[in-house]
Design a protein around this ligand. Structure first.
Ligand code: NI
Length: 204
């Protein structure tokens, strides 16, 4: 009898684990939208960072605990992708009404050599005064990019005196606990990010 009860308990736990596993593998919110990438299984994306804002004040990941945080990595002299994606990111926050008070927006430069001080402050202001620009030493930027699995590399076109930065382009959504909650692919609309934000904030 006792043996049978044990087996039933064991089977019940196995079924529960299986169901949870299925939910986890299905990705974030089960969105049908292909622009919302599933959370990478088994790979930690994101983590602690220690950087500076445009005024040189120290800023860490802990400063954003308790808020939902959208993060984009790029550089201020980017000719195309960065401005488009930052426009999308800030327009998403414009679309969620009062929920915007629960959301922070970060632009982390992968070109700290050029992006700091007024150049960084003026750039973020172009998109939204709430967008926080972050820079750091090359080592701090490298460590942060590594944690978020961001690829970046300096590229100097032939017969050019200045360089461009080649870089990956994702919009990250971190939860109030600082952990990754969604990953948005390049080209997603502000409306789709707004929907994803609303769903997650309202469910929390
Ligand atoms: Ni760019």
């Amino acid at each position: 009898m006792l043996r049978a009860v044990r087996w039933i308990a064991f089977a019940a736990i196995a079924v529960l684990l299986f169901a949870w596993g299925g939910l986890w593998l299905r990705g974030t919110g089960g969105e049908a939208n292909p622009a919302v990438a599933g959370l990478p299984g088994g790979v930690e994306v994101g983590g602690p960072f220690s950087l500076q804002d445009a005024e040189g004040r120290s800023v860490t990941d802990a400063d954003f605990r308790g808020r939902w945080t959208l993060v984009y990595f790029g550089y201020t002299t980017c000719p195309d992708v960065c401005p488009t994606e930052l426009q999308t990111l800030t327009s998403a926050v414009d679309q969620i009404g009062t929920l915007a008070s629960k959301v922070a927006m970060l632009f982390i430069t992968i070109d700290p050599e050029r992006d700091h001080g007024p150049a960084l402050a003026e750039y973020t202001k172009l998109f939204d005064p709430r967008l926080v620009g972050l820079t750091g030493t090359p080592q701090q930027i490298a460590a942060t990019a590594k944690a978020f699995r961001v690829y970046y590399a300096k590229v100097t076109p032939k017969e050019s005196s200045t360089y461009l930065m080649d870089h990956s382009s994702f919009i990250y959504l971190l939860g109030p606990d600082g952990h990754l909650r969604a990953l948005f692919r390049q080209g997603i609309s502000g409306q789709d990010i707004a929907d994803a934000l609303r769903t997650r904030i309202n469910a929390s």
